[in-house]
Design a binder for this molecule. Structure first.
Ligand SMILES: Nc1ncnc2c1ncn2[C@@H]1O[C@H](COP(=O)(O)OP(=O)(O)OP(=O)(O)O)[C@@H](O)[C@H]1O
Length: 231
């Protein structure tokens, strides 16, 4: 579903991402780990055509993502708060995003009801502006908006960060459900090795822009990653 070939990104002459070949099949749950500055967000930004590659390309279903609209209707993503519209209430924001995906008000209401547990009663119906929410609740709003269009591809950058423990557990359940029930293709970066190995069936480790490990998640994966990152 997602094919990466000869993908390179450099800033000021320094290569920060270099992936010769990487394929992510439909339905895969792909976890991306790596230390600060390893290139995780850069990789996701390239997939979403938010930045331009210096070389190579990303294709989705055989079509280049760069300057192309074809993949956008079925790709949901939340990388950071820059995806939100701060001066709207969550309800106004979901309505705005819903319109992009041709969702009716009824569809949006049903979807938000299904997210009520994850929202822990703090988001639906709130008159607060998005900028007035805590970081964790802003993250929940962003993740929900990424799911609102029933995506076939979901890309989340560090979705567990800033969430309280109950919300992390709820999010893991939600993501596992989406995989098993809807078979969506998921790309998730995380610094939390426990969470990412619980949710993703494949783990790729980036180091200074290079893929240094590509593992099918198994019983020993967590240990392997822990010893890899041990200092
Ligand atoms: N706009 C930019 N200008 C210059 N350098 C950049 C820019 N964006 C990213 N970089 C550099 O690219 C490298 C990869 O950054 P990236 O944000 O992709 O890493 P990351 O793995 O997501 O890190 P973290 O875990 O800290 O979020 C870093 O060295 C970063 O400083």
């Amino acid at each position: 579903m997602i094919q990466v070939s000869n993908l390179k990104k450099a800033y000021n002459g320094v290569t920060v991402l270099n992936i010769p070949v990487l394929n992510i099949p439909r339905g895969e749950s792909f976890g991306l780990v790596g230390n600060n500055g390893a290139g995780k967000t850069t990789f996701f930004r390239l997939i979403l055509d938010l930045i331009e590659a210096n070389d190579g390309e990303v294709q989705i279903d055989g079509q280049k993502v760069a300057r192309n609209e074809s993949w956008k209707p079925f790709t949901g993503s939340f990388l950071d708060e820059g995806f939100l519209i701060d001066f709207l209430t969550p309800g106004e924001y979901f309505k705005f995003v819903g319109k992009l995906y041709n969702k009716s008000e009824g569809d949006i209401a049903l979807f938000l009801e299904s997210m009520e547990e994850f929202f822990n009663g703090e988001i639906n119906g709130s008159k607060k502006l998005i900028r007035e929410f805590s970081k964790g609740n802003q993250k929940k709003i962003g993740i929900a908006a990424a799911l609102l269009g029933d995506p076939q591809i979901l890309i989340l950058d560090e979705p567990f960060t800033a969430l309280d423990p109950s919300s992390q557990i709820r999010l893991k359940r939600l993501l596992n459900d989406l995989q098993t029930r809807q078979g969506i293709t998921m790309l998730i970066s995380s610094h939390d090795l426990n969470h990412v190995t619980e949710v993703c069936k494949r783990i790729v480790v980036l180091e200074k822009g290079d893929v240094v490990k590509d593992i099918a998640t198994g019983e020993d994966t967590l240990k392997e990653l822990e010893s890899y990152f041990a200092v």
